[in-house]
Unconditional design. Sequence first.
Length: 301
Amino acid sequence: MLPPRHTEHIFPIYFPSPLRLPAASIQRRKEMPHPTTLKTYASRISLHTNPTAQRILTIMDRKRTNLCVSVDVTKAAEVLEVVRRVGASVCMVKTHCDIIEDFTLEFADELVKLSKQLDFVIFEDRKFADIGNTVSLQYSSGTHKIASWSDLTNAHSVPGPGIITGLSSIGLPLGRALLLLANMSSKGALATGEYTKQTMRMAREAGRDFVIGFIAQERVDEGEEGDWLIMSPGVGLAAKGDKLGQQYRTPKEVVLEAGADVIIVGRGIYGVQGGEEAVKAEAERYREEGWKAYEERLKGQ
């Protein structure tokens, strides 16, 4: 059982104004859907050379899931417990290793074992944001040694292209992959407009051998060549937001209307009341809703 303190501290839900795409943007996507959104996950595997990107798409197709669960709890045993509950329903598990109070490399090894047993990719949501030399050390060294166990990580584009160079010097030889943060789901986020455009430019110039896509609220690759994976946080079936500025959209809004490939859900799944079976059932409910939106998207509707 997860300790009651998490239920009390993390799970209460609040209802500020929800994040919505402009109506004109939604209508435009209905009339002229992005070409990538009309392709199956399976057909996109061959469009990627990065092994992690290929594995993600393969798992999504095989397990019929576009669900990533973000496990934001602070004890290693709790992380593993949540993963065991949701693993059958997900293509990816997202971690924040720096909030785990008792993190060890033995814990990381156990997480890797579960990823192989339950068939999912590990995404460490590190959000690197420093110069190339520093991020290469943060990625490879220190307490967490992220590159040794995480298939996928992410970074801000603020430092410029050197951040990609630094991370790829460590991750590329290991077959790892990187997402860039094109925009964010929190209220008042500054990563919009020109910032997003410049992030796209950085990714395009870096090539797709290491950068495989973006954290974004909608498809940001309009007019871009190549196939990019779009992963969207801030997904919820009931809640519209929390008191810290997070804003939620439904799987249908994210996958069908906004064109994202992967939905990222956290407290909406592991915070559900009712114990182990309730968490499993909620993960499966999100998997079904995300997949239904994807199948509807393929029809061009």
